[in-house]
Design a binder for this molecule. Structure first.
Ligand code: GLP
Length: 236
């Protein structure tokens, strides 16, 4: 099935289209998963500024996609980011926030099992919205020899850490917990948002197939309801 690609010459139109599409497609009370990073910030600002969006988004339940074991210098816990950008401004009740509490190496496996049990209980999500890592990662599913299933603990690629904190080269390993690719694929609908001109080439590789765990985002091309919001490089 061909992937639905929506191309925009201006980022403003891209973010407005996502906001309107969510309002059209996602019923009140739905379970959704929203990404962190720089990509979704203009979307969240639009939601905060629009009373109709706020009213709908305040009914959603939010599943956190991924979390650092310990944020690299210059980064923050994704839970804090999501609280600041969405959860607190929307004044969500605590039962609507299915976030990932900080964890240690000692309890990471147990935390992953708890998150899987929660996913079984509340899932599948109506909508998962994703950004794309420079190496084709989605959430924190890094290039690997196979697609792990269930929440799992990963060592982050140096390119990922560098992209997330600016240009500094990480001087040690960094780890994270992430929802798996097979779990993402259970969502009713998946949006992949790639507004960065410099990521259009990796996006073309992701969408061109074949599906490979070395390019984790490529798994999305088999999802029956994937929408890709990207830049129109012809007119950019
Ligand atoms: C991070 C996050 C992803 C995010 C991606 C892109 O590593 N784990 O959820 O989509 O990188 O980040 P950015 O939007 O800052 O380019």
């Amino acid at each position: 099935m061909p992937v639905r690609q929506l191309r925009f010459s201006e980022p403003e139109a891209l973010y407005e289209s996502i906001r309107l599409r969510i309002e059209d497609e996602v019923p009140p009370g739905s379970l959704v998963a929203m990404p962190t990073g720089s990509t979704p910030l203009p979307l969240y600002a639009r939601v905060r500024a629009n009373p109709r969006s706020r009213a709908l988004w305040a009914t959603f339940r939010f599943l956190q996609l991924d979390e650092y074991f310990e944020p690299p210098a210059g980064a923050e816990f994704f839970r804090d980011y999501l609280r600041r950008e969405l959860f607190d401004p929307l004044e969500l009740p605590s039962e609507s926030v299915l976030d990932i509490e900080p964890f240690s190496h000692a309890n990471a496996t147990k935390r992953a099992e708890q998150l899987d049990a929660q996913f079984q209980r509340v899932g599948p999500p109506q909508l998962v919205v994703l950004g794309l890592g420079p190496n084709g990662h989605i959430a924190f599913n890094e290039p690997a020899t196979d697609f792990a299933d269930g929440y799992h603990f990963v060592e982050l690629c140096p390119t990922t850490v560098r992209a997330n904190v600016g240009s500094k080269i990480p001087n040690r390993s960094h780890y994270a917990l992430t929802l798996s690719v097979p779990q993402i694929l259970t969502a009713e609908s998946v949006y992949l948002i790639v507004p960065q001109l410099e990521k259009q080439t990796v996006l073309d590789r992701v969408l061109g197939g074949p599906v490979s765990p070395m390019l984790p985002g490529s798994a999305l091309i088999e999802h029956p309801n994937l929408s890709v919001f990207r830049r129109d490089t012809q007119s950019a």
